[in-house]
Design a protein around this ligand. Sequence first.
Ligand SMILES: Nc1nc2c(c(=O)[nH]1)N[C@H]1C(S)=C(S)[C@@H](COP(=O)(O)OP(=O)(O)OC[C@H]3O[C@@H](n4cnc5c(=O)[nH]c(N)nc54)[C@H](O)[C@@H]3O)O[C@H]1N2
Ligand SMILES: Nc1nc2c(c(=O)[nH]1)N[C@H]1C(S)=C(S)[C@@H](COP(=O)(O)OP(=O)(O)OC[C@H]3O[C@@H](n4cnc5c(=O)[nH]c(N)nc54)[C@H](O)[C@@H]3O)O[C@H]1N2
Ligand code: SF4
Ligand SMILES: [Mo]
Length: 705
Amino acid sequence: MRTSKIRPNETICPYCGVGCRVTAVMEGNKISRITAHDDSRPNFGKLCPKGAYLARVLDTPDRLAFPHLRMGRKDEFSRVSWDMAVAYIAWKLNDILQKYGPNAVAFYGSGQLDTEACYISGKLFKGYIGTNNTDSNSRLCMSSAVVGYRLSLGSDGPPTCYDDINDADLFLILGANMAENHPVLFQLIKQRCKKNPNARIVVVDPRRTPTADQAHIHIPLKPGSDIAFLSGVAKVLLERGRVDRPFILRHTTGFTEFEKYLHTLNLQELANRCDLHLGRFGEVAQLIGDSKGFLSFYAMGANQSTVGVWKNIAIINLHLLTGQIGKSGAGPFSLTGQPNAMGGREAGYLSHQLPGYRFVDNPQHRQEMEKIWKLPPGSISPQPGLTAIEIFESLEEGRLKALWIAATNPAASMPDLNLVQKALRRAELVVVQDIYHPTETTLYADVLLPAAQWGEKIGTSTNSERLVTRSQKLVDPPGEARPDWWIFCRVAKAMGFRNFDYPSAEAVWDEYRRATRGTLCDQWGMTNGRLRRISLQWPCPHPLHPGTPRRYTDHRFPTPNGRAHFLVPLHQPPVEELCSQYPLSLTTGRIASQWHTMTRTGKVPELIRMAPEPFVEIHPGDAHKYGLSEGEEVLLHSRRGSARVKVRITDRIKPGVLFATFHWNDLFGPDRAINDVTLRNFDPLSKQPELKHCAVRIEKISFKE
Ligand SMILES: Nc1nc2c(c(=O)[nH]1)N[C@H]1C(S)=C(S)[C@@H](COP(=O)(O)OP(=O)(O)OC[C@H]3O[C@@H](n4cnc5c(=O)[nH]c(N)nc54)[C@H](O)[C@@H]3O)O[C@H]1N2
Ligand SMILES: Nc1nc2c(c(=O)[nH]1)N[C@H]1C(S)=C(S)[C@@H](COP(=O)(O)OP(=O)(O)OC[C@H]3O[C@@H](n4cnc5c(=O)[nH]c(N)nc54)[C@H](O)[C@@H]3O)O[C@H]1N2
Ligand code: SF4
Ligand SMILES: [Mo]
C-alpha cells in the first residue's frame, strides 16, 4: 500500500512499536491536542489513549531543562552550563580510560532513542572509545527475537508487514497482549475478522487477557511451556500430512532432524507439561493446516524467558513446516515493543552489533565501519561487549567504572534491582540523559543531561513492520534541553575526537543511510528529501526504490545456502523452581493505560484514573487458600526482595500464577518496585532475562505489622 504524504505537524507516536502517525493541533507555539488522519498509514485515524494524551507530557514541572552536576552522591545537584557538564564527563571518561582501558566504560541506551542517536552513540563508544560495552533495554525486550530470526532465517527483521493482516485468515498471538500493548494493530486484526468471518484468532497466554477475550480460541498454557505446545502442534501437523513438502524440500534445511525430533515426542506428555487438554494441539493444528494466510504475532511471553530464543524458533518452525512465509498474509511477525527498537537494531546498538546488521566479530564488517567512521584499521574491538545484565554485574564487581545511561530507567526496569542499585552506587561515574528529573535512575547520577523529547526534535524511527518515518519538530525544547545525538557529539568533541561535527539530524541520517548501503537493512534510498514527505520500508536500496513491504518473497533466505533452517528447539522449564517457601509463579507485564516506568503516562490524570494503583492478579482458589480478600495490600516476596501490591481476585489467571505490572516504582513509595522481586537469569543465547517467571510467596501485610 502506498503511504500518504506526511502533513504539517504530523509526527510519530513515541510509545509503542506500532508507530502510529499522530497530528498535533497547535495553539500558538503549544500543542493543544493530538489527532490522527484517516488516510495516514499505518493507523488510518486510530489512536490509543496513550497516544491521544501525548500533549500532556511535554510541559511538566519535573522536566529536566538544564545540565546538572554534583561532586558527591550525597550532595544536591547544581545547575551547570553545557560546557561545564560536557567538560566534566570528558575529563572523567578520559581519566578512567587512561587508568583502566576502554572496557572500563559502558553505555546503556534504549529503543526510545531515535536512529540518529543510536548511530552516534555507537560511533562514539564502539568506534572512538573502542569498547563494545554498549547495550540497550532491547536486551530485556527483543534480543530473543533477534537471535531467533537470525538462526532460523539468516537475518534479524520481520519478513512481514501490516498489510498482511488483510490477507491473513489465521492469527496466532502468542505471549502478547495486543489489545492492551499494541492496541491499534489489534484493531486492524479485528477489522479483518469482521470483513472475513472465517478468519480466526488464537491466543496463547497463561492469562485470559483482554486480547484472549476477543479471540476465537484461548490456550491458557502453563507459563514457560510454549515450546512443548508449539512442538505438539507441529507433531499433529506432520501426522496429519498438513505440511508443505515441496516448500520444505526446496527452501529449508534440517527437516530430517526436526521430523525425527517430532517422532520422539509424546502428545500426552506434552499436554501435561502445558497443563492443557490433549485435544488442544489438534484444534490449533487444524486451523493452521486449513489456513490460506497464517500470521503469528508474538512478544514478551515468548522473548522474556531463559528459552526465549527457542520459543521464537519453535514459532518460525511452524511457518517453515507449512510454507507460510514469504507470501502475502503469512509469516512470523515479532511485535516490537518500543517506537525505535527496530531502528536501534538496524543502527547496531546491541553489544555484538554494528550498523547495517553488521557484527563486531566479523572482520569485514569492522573494516567497513572503520572506513565509514574514518578510523584506523583495528580500532573496533572484535569482542562482543557486555550485555544489559552483565553491565550491571560488572559495575557491581568493580570491573566497570563508568556508565552512561540514556532514555531508559534501569533502576526501575531491570530485573533484580538490588543488583542495579548496588552497581550504580559503586560506579565512579554515572551519567543519566533523560527528559525528567527525578526518575528512579537520575537519583544515582553524578551528571544529568537534559534531552529534548518527542515533538521537540527531528529524528527517525523504524516501526514493527520496517517502516521508517521521520518525526518532526513541533515545539522548542524547554531551557537548554538538546537532541540526544547532539549531546553525544558534544561529549565526543570534548574528549578530543574528530568527525562528530554534524550541522543537523539530517546530516547524521545521511552518514547512517550510507552505512546501511548494500546491507540487508538497506536504507540508502531513504534520502532526507524523501523522508520529509513519506515513510518507507526497508530494504530501500536506491533513491527511486519504492521500499519493500514483504521480505523473502522469492523464498531465498540470507543464509549461506539460501535456505531457512529447521532447528530442534530445546525445551526447559523456567529456571526458578517453585518450592514450599516460594510456591507461586509470578509473571509480570503491562496494562493498557501505562507506559513502562510511568515517567510520562504517570503524569496524565486521565490515564491514571484508568488504573490508579499497583495490583496483583490472583486466582480465587489461591486467594481463599491464603485468606486474602479483594483490595487488601499484600507483600510479594522472592529470594531477592519484596513488593507491595493490592489483591485483585480473578479467574483470568491460572491457579498458582500471579500477575503484576512493573509500572509503579520507588517514586511512588517504598516497596513499590516489582523488579525487586524478579530474577536476573537470562537466555544463554540472547542474554534476555526471564522477566515472565519467578518463584514468590504472598504475605498479608496485617500479619507483618
Ligand atoms: N500499554 C502499554 N503498551 C506497551 C508497553 C507498555 O509499557 N504499556 N510497552 C511496549 C513494550 S516496550 C513492549 S516490549 C510490548 C510488550 O507487549 P506484550 O508482550 O504484549 O506485554 P507483556 O504484558 O509484557 O506480556 C505479554 C503477555 O505474555 C504473557 N505470558 C507470560 N508468560 C508467558 C508464557 O510463558 N507463555 C506465553 N505464551 N505467554 C506468557 C503474559 O500473561 C502477558 O499477557 O508492549 C509495548 N506496548
Ligand atoms: N518486570 C518487568 N520488567 C521489565 C519488563 C517486563 O515485562 N517485566 N519489560 C522490559 C522491557 S520489554 C522494556 S522495553 C523495559 C522498558 O523500561 P525502560 O527503558 O526503563 O522504560 P521507560 O520507563 O520508558 O524509560 C524511558 C526513559 O527515557 C526517558 N525518555 C523519554 N523520551 C526520551 C528521549 O527522547 N531522550 C531521552 N534521553 N530520554 C527520554 C523517560 O523519561 C524514561 O526515564 O522494561 C523492561 N523491564
Ligand atoms: S498504539 Fe502504540 S503507537 Fe499507536 S497511539 Fe497507541 S501507543 Fe502510540
Ligand atoms: Mo520492550
